[in-house]
Design a binder for this molecule. Structure first.
Ligand code: ZN
Length: 184
């Protein structure tokens, strides 16, 4: 089992050293930001949603290795998926990090099974995923300075950041997810 643990650690270390899809995505039309106050992690997720499909996504943020590696891995898992598939993948990931039960087939996602032994770290590991799900549930976001006629709430509320109505139970994890209607 120690060899497996080593391998899992390698996945997390690798994503932490070489984050995938990091930085703002200029073409994004769904954006959400996640905060994990208990650890100080921040993660902003940028998604290009075309129809039902995530054609591109990225993340940006700062925080502990677990939160950033998990967000990096999340972007590799969700690219090309539909919103429904993304939700299903998150449910699977949530199960892995809360129960420690990884699927039999080896996958990078299973690297996070060890997190289950550290309840505070579950927040870190799910932050990027919660932000992604929050972004998918959000109103479309436009480029900075654009008017967003699709979001009546945004025009009623001058602040562009809004609490995500459906952030996949983020509050149960003690996480705060806000969605952005304008890219800055
Ligand atoms: Zn953390």
């Amino acid at each position: 089992m120690s060899e497996l643990s080593d391998l899992y650690q390698q996945v997390i270390l690798d994503h932490n050293r070489r984050p995938r899809n990091r930085g703002k995505l200029p073409t994004a039309n769904r954006v959400a930001r996640g905060d994990n106050p208990s650890c100080g992690d921040q993660c902003c997720v940028y998604i290009r949603l075309d129809g039902e499909r995530i054609t591109d996504l990225s993340f940006d943020g700062s925080g502990c290795a677990i939160s950033q590696a998990s967000a990096s891995l999340m972007t590799t898992q969700l690219k090309g998926k539909t919103a429904a598939e993304a939700q299903a993948l998150f449910d699977e990931f949530k199960k892995i990090v809360t129960t420690g039960e990884a699927p039999e087939e080896m996958s990078d996602v299973a690297a996070f099974a060890g997190v289950s032994a550290f309840p505070a770290r579950i927040k870190c590991a799910t932050l990027g995923w919660h932000a992604a799900l929050g972004a998918l549930a959000a109103e479309p976001a436009g480029p900075a300075g654009s008017t967003n006629s699709a979001s009546a709430d945004a025009s009623a509320n001058p602040a562009s950041a809004q609490p995500a109505a459906s952030a996949a139970g983020a509050e149960d994890f003690g996480l705060s997810i806000t969605t952005e209607t304008h890219l800055d």
